[in-house]
Design a binder for this molecule. Sequence first.
Ligand SMILES: *Cc1c(COP(=O)(O)O)cnc(C)c1O
Length: 400
Amino acid sequence: MPGYELWSDAERKEVTDVLETGVLMRMGFDGLRKGHWKAREMEGELCNRFNTKHAHLLSSGTAALITVLTAMGVGMGDEVVMPTFTFVAGFEAIIAVGAVPVLAEIDESLTLCPKRLEEILTPRTKVIMVTHMCGSMADMDAIVAIAQKHNVKILEDSCQAIGGTYKGKALGSIGAAGTFSFDFVKLITCGEGGAIITNDTEIYTRCDQYSDHGHDHKGKDRGADLHPYIGVNYRISELNAAVGLAQIRRLPEFLALQRQNNALLRQTIEEHQLAGLTFRHIPDPEGDTGSFLSYFFPTEEQAAQATVKMGEAGLTGNFYWHNNNWHYINKWYHLKAASAYNHLSTDYRQRIMDAANKPVPQSDAVISRCISTAISLLWTEEQIIEKGHKMAAIFRECLG
Ligand SMILES: *Cc1c(COP(=O)(O)O)cnc(C)c1O
């Protein structure tokens, strides 16, 4: 799963370039930096690889979400649709711009269920945030059709699916914009970092300005820039970008390994022909990044039991999301209570709470039966086969 597993001389070399000049900032200081522009180069790599006109690096994936929502004009009282299964950054970003997160049901793709999408759209819906969760994609054709019909923009949170594709297009490049995270546990890491990719020049320009105190970046002299709009500072440092640059160049290597390990684990488990065990629905299997192998048991009890038994058997990296503190709505107590340190209006808090406390029986039925196994890049073939047989034996017991 994470790129830190394969730390190498390539990353060290890029960092050394920056340490030699000491120019730790991504822009300016042209004379001192001896031609090193790590952030800029990484943005170029992102555009080339994912075939988009623009890419912009930021200090985190969360900063990327906040920045792009701002650039899309989302603000006070608007509604943004997001899935019940994602990372907390989704609603953090929506609330940071003053909008209301509206929770959408998921299906066995572990992403937004297109069949349940239309019923939650309202005239206030500004953006549908699609999260390509656990390395694999949402059913984009169906979601794009609904978004177009209702004239709503799509933001693809691709923080967990870098390098994945849907019908040949890079995840993140299909909607109006897409985001990536390079935090320490992501496939491509630079310690802390994030990015947006887009073909929309207006969205890009706004992201570029907003994330750097509103600087218009029109001239050569930063001090003489104008500031037409209010911004913040979500800049990435040149040191982080240097690591990211080396890592993004290794994406094909990481993806190939991850997909291979994922396929072998699945094949080993499937050899046991376990009646009742089913695998995640993947709308375009070719585009799966393979970072997790996700599967379903017929009942919640069986999934919970399998999780415990795998733990007892020393099998690590298995996630039972239903009791995970981060990723599923049932544990988002702070969202359900609209608890914030800053003051929120009574009306706004109520709208957040109403949206977050609506029952989501379809998502519960999916997540309570699901386990995801994180795929390591370091496993040997033998280890994978051994693991697969051990898992299958446990699953057989639980399936009864
Ligand atoms: C990691 C992640 C983020 C946020 O990224 P950070 O860089 O950790 O801020 C956003 N969305 C999803 C789905 C993620 O997995």
